[in-house]
Design a protein around this ligand. Sequence first.
Ligand code: 3DU
Length: 211
Amino acid sequence: MLALDVLDEKNALKIAEETCEYIDSIKIGYPLVLGTDLKIIEKIKNLTGKEVICDFKVADIPSTNEKIAELTLNYADGIICQGFVGKDSVSAILNIARKKNKKVIVVTEMSHPGATEYLKNVANDMADMAKNLKVDGIVAPSTRVERLKELKKIVGDLFIISPGVGAQGGDLKEVLNVLDENDYVIIGRAIYESENPKESAKNYKMQISTF
Ligand code: 3DU
């Protein structure tokens, strides 16, 4: 899953087009949507034929979450929300997504060092909640493989999307040892900031498919 966190349309579409034969899905977030607008999603989808997931890490009360999900899922194939806001807020998003036949992915433990201060302590409970609500997937860290393993065990057949390989230092092989074919490795800067994004994406694809 390519994390396309560039800021302008021209660059985003160029990288998306160059790399799309080597990726399965595209994740965009505030950087690109605030730098352009939500219609960038349609443009990426038309150009690449790939699904686009919006990483807005939505974290509000149920009624506000609902509004954000409604607008986002008019365009995107899925939306990422925070789990720490509780099951009423996550359910509000899930209700909208189910009506539109779109995906909901819940953040459990994030991949950066600060996630060990607070999030890590409640991540297993959030994974449990995600499983009970029957969302589609969770976000879990490639930077702490033992935690990735534990969270995967909790969510069972929900898929995992896992950031942290590349710029954040996660080890691809260790991560692939834990994930299965329904899961996704998220890679951003190691592709879009490389001198040749197409080659970088191709290289990751080769490592993943020959693992
Ligand atoms: O570090 P990278 O450049 O490969 O990008 C990782 C992407 O995943 C980026 O969009 C970031 O916002 C997102 N993400 C995390 O890095 C960590 C999380 O726990 C959740 C999302």
